[in-house]
Ligand binder design. Sequence first.
Ligand SMILES: NC(=O)c1ccc[n+]([C@@H]2O[C@H](COP(=O)([O-])OP(=O)(O)OC[C@H]3O[C@@H](n4cnc5c(N)ncnc54)[C@H](OP(=O)(O)O)[C@@H]3O)[C@@H](O)[C@H]2O)c1
Length: 332
Amino acid sequence: MEAIVIEKLLSKPSEMTVTKIPIPTPGPGQVLVRIKAVGSNFFDILLIQGKYQHKPPLPFIPGSEFSGEVISAHSSVKKFKVGDRVFGSVPDGAYAEYACANENMIFKIPSRLSFDEAAGIYVTYPTSYAALVLRASLKSSETVLVLAAAGGVGFAAVQIAKALGAKVIAAVGSESKFDICTRLGGADHVINYTDKDWTQQVLKLTNGRGADVIYDPVGLIETSLKCIAWNGRALVVGFAGGNIEKIASNRILLKNVSVVGIHWGAYLRNEAEAIPKVWEGIFELIETDKLTPLIYQPTFTGLENAYKALDTIASRKSYGKVVVKPSKTHKL
Ligand SMILES: NC(=O)c1ccc[n+]([C@@H]2O[C@H](COP(=O)([O-])OP(=O)(O)OC[C@H]3O[C@@H](n4cnc5c(N)ncnc54)[C@H](OP(=O)(O)O)[C@@H]3O)[C@@H](O)[C@H]2O)c1
């Protein structure tokens, strides 16, 4: 089969190469999946550069989330059978035609979702759901400010916050993304956070109170605290802007603020009992038509084009999830 194998750390996605390697054999508790679509993530770029907090040993296959079809299963597997449509994460990376997945790291795809739509759920949606529900205890009467609101985790946060009844102010880096946030995401207001006075705009939209919850995948907590409400919660989600901030703690004190981290990938080792609650919430919202993943167009077919997906993300042109379809043929 074909796979992208990272033999040494790279400086940019276009250096990724496609290699032929054997199709893996599922071990105990595993299924073999034919990968239909891979959800690309901002952190995949950091991973291949060795700049992400998680540093897999070389060589490794990148790609953290996927959708696909079960084509064989180890005899010990109870929950899945050949032909099941599944999404999830694989231990050895998803930029490949086939991969072995642990049965506790995959789910059946809800019938209303396509393979493309399901490819980017596994990381993105629980990150945003856990951030808003577990970490920020968002109430339906509150206002959420979502930064980078058209991006992968940001768009999921807009949809989830709206589905939970909150008011949403979406903040994006260009006006070309306004329509995505309001028409497709359901945001109540949208602003451009490259405007000098963007925090003033948030204060105006909240009658001077500020946002109760601020969802920040960019690294703008310090500035955001200018437009947070009393008892506000500022969620540290990521650093897409490339800067890890140092925050003046007097700003945290002044408005009784909580600055709260979210590290979804670490729940499995630290707080596994919280995971089912998060997934139950997400599946309920999908089944009641309140969440439908947004797929960037075009999708990219062939692993040799996977770098284009990551370049699109790095260029800030993307919205929603950028999808790669590893194979044109799928012969076993
Ligand atoms: N904490 C967790 O558990 C967790 C889980 C998943 C992801 N993350 C993190 O969340 C962040 C966003 O991930 P994502 O997958 O949503 O990424 P994404 O889809 O690429 O969205 C990131 C957005 O950030 C904005 N941005 C601002 N400055 C940027 C810059 N210098 N370069 C690129 N984008 C920039 C862009 O939106 P505008 O053009 O609108 O500004 C871009 O669309 C990443 O740091 C990722 O590592 C954290």
